[in-house]
Design a protein around this ligand. Structure first.
Ligand code: NAG
Ligand code: NAG
Ligand code: NAG
Ligand code: NAG
Length: 412
């Protein structure tokens, strides 16, 4: 599995020019998209950078992308144990990462699960550019649905469209290090150095990944951004084989029984029972041991620290694979730190302070990391540090701005 995926790195990257036509009198633009050619039939994990075009319930957002609402929260380091997550209203203008399986179809990597039921007034251009935030193009939707060239006028309400979305995996590695690739529609005013800064990578890396000859990008281009990630090494028969989690975020897997996180201290995937795990979940105990997923014991020996841990090994046939592994480290690790979680942002807050097009903020969040054993909860842990998740409720504007910077720096 991993060997097959790795060979994809060698596949030449294909930068295609896509003609964007608009039926509404908007000038025709020539946009560039990064496409990855592929041969493997297996899907790989990818992320889409999506900016909400309207206030949407999380369930509505998830439906747009045929994604699991909990998976969206987890991928954004937002508390996925909140009650009724699907009913949470997310504000227009909020930029989120949407995790999707990146399939291989017609020799090109694309996310193929999205279906959209047209509403009165929709056009192909509005569906591609607004509803799907520029993650696809009107031409691509038209071609994928066998529509005629002239169908740029209003779509018939009720028509179900298949909406292909740009994604890439590039073998799950960037310069040899595990990575998840985020599809990023270039916005007005974006530059390669600014995008690189926002995602903590370099302009050169972005140019190389996207096969850009020059550091010129324009609004409407679709590029991919490599994000450092924790890779898994589950067997190929596991349904979540190939799982990869971007640094600072979570994934929910094994039918929502297991959560895996990545970072912040190291890029070793760390999986524990998920907060919603219940009696329908199969055993998460390592056989022949009293240890549960995520538990570990330390034994100082003359050769170093012997770490025995109960690790998640994938989900196969409804069974959670839990295996005891022992490794020798020079020093005993401290308690595991989880990436900080924030509550799903609320509508009024982001409308007031973020506006429709969020700008990345330079400041770093200073929220204290959570310690091992503290699973996500609906009431965020109290921390003595700077504003914790949830502390903005009813606090003054200054605290809200600090929280906002925290949110921005966590996400990007
Ligand atoms: C992972 O994220 C943490 C916290 O943001 C950061 O300190 C660390 O450098 C990141 N690791 C990598 C490899 O990017
Ligand atoms: C379980 O533990 C016992 C005693 O420690 C050992 O003899 C046996 O080989 C172990 N079984 C497995 C499957 O590890
Ligand atoms: C072992 O893991 C379980 C599940 O995450 C946790 O509830 C328990 O506190 C852990 N035990 C120890 C000793 O860390
Ligand atoms: C899961 O089931 C399939 C057939 O249904 C079988 O071939 C496979 O070996 C099973 N995997 C595990 C890990 O039990």
């Amino acid at each position: 599995m991993r060997a097959a995926a790795a060979s994809l790195v060698l596949v030449p990257r294909l930068a295609l020019f896509v003609l964007l036509l608009s039926g509404s009198g908007v000038p025709t633009a020539l946009s560039k998209s990064t496409l990855e050619s592929c041969a493997s039939s297996s899907a790989c994990p990818a992320l889409l950078s999506y900016t909400l075009y309207a206030d949407l319930k999380l369930a509505e957002l998830a439906a747009l992308f045929a994604a699991d609402p909990l998976a969206i929260l987890a991928a954004n380091a937002m508390d996925f144990a909140v009650p009724d997550p699907g009913d949470r209203i997310l504000p227009a203008g909020l930029a989120l990462r949407v995790p999707v399986p990146c399939a291989c179809s017609d020799g090109i990597r694309k996310a193929t699960s999205a279906r959209y039921v047209a509403r009165a007034g929709d056009t192909l251009a509005s569906v591609a550019g607004s509803v799907y935030g520029g993650l696809t193009t009107a031409d691509w939707i038209r071609d994928s649905n066998g529509m005629a060239e002239e169908e740029d006028a209003a779509l018939d309400a009720g028509t179900t469209l298949f909406v292909p979305l740009h994604c890439a995996c590039f073998g799950g590695a960037d310069s040899g290090a595990p990575a998840v690739f985020l599809t990023y529609p270039v916005a007005e005013g974006d530059t390669v150095p600014a995008i690189a800064r926002r995602f903590r990578t370099t302009g050169n890396d972005l140019m190389s990944v996207n096969d850009l000859a020059t550091a010129d990008v324009a609004a409407g281009d679709i590029i991919v951004v490599p994000l450092p990630a924790c890779a898994s090494s589950f067997p190929a028969f596991a349904s979540d084989a190939g799982l990869a989690v971007a640094n600072g975020t979570y994934a929910v897997t094994a039918n929502r029984c297991v959560q895996c996180s990545c970072g912040p201290g190291n890029l070793d995937l760390f999986c524990v029972p998920a907060p919603l795990a219940d009696s329908t979940c199969s055993s998460m105990q390592c056989s022949n041991s009293s240890m549960m997923l995520g538990n570990f014991t330390l034994l100082m020996t003359s050769a170093g620290c012997s770490v025995t841990s109960c690790s998640y090994g994938g989900y196969a046939n409804g069974t959670i694979l839990a295996t005891l592994t022992t490794s020798l480290k020079p020093q005993c690790p401290g308690p595991h730190q989880f990436p900080p979680l924030m509550p799903p942002p609320t509508s009024s807050f982001f409308e007031t302070y973020l506006g429709p097009s969020p700008t990345p903020m330079a400041s770093e969040g200073g929220m204290g990391p959570q310690m091992a054993g503290m699973a996500p909860t609906s009431s965020p842990p109290v921390s003595s540090g700077p504003p914790t998740a949830g502390s903005h409720v009813g606090s003054d504007a200054l605290a809200q701005v600090a929280y906002l910077c925290l949110v921005a720096s966590l996400l990007w």
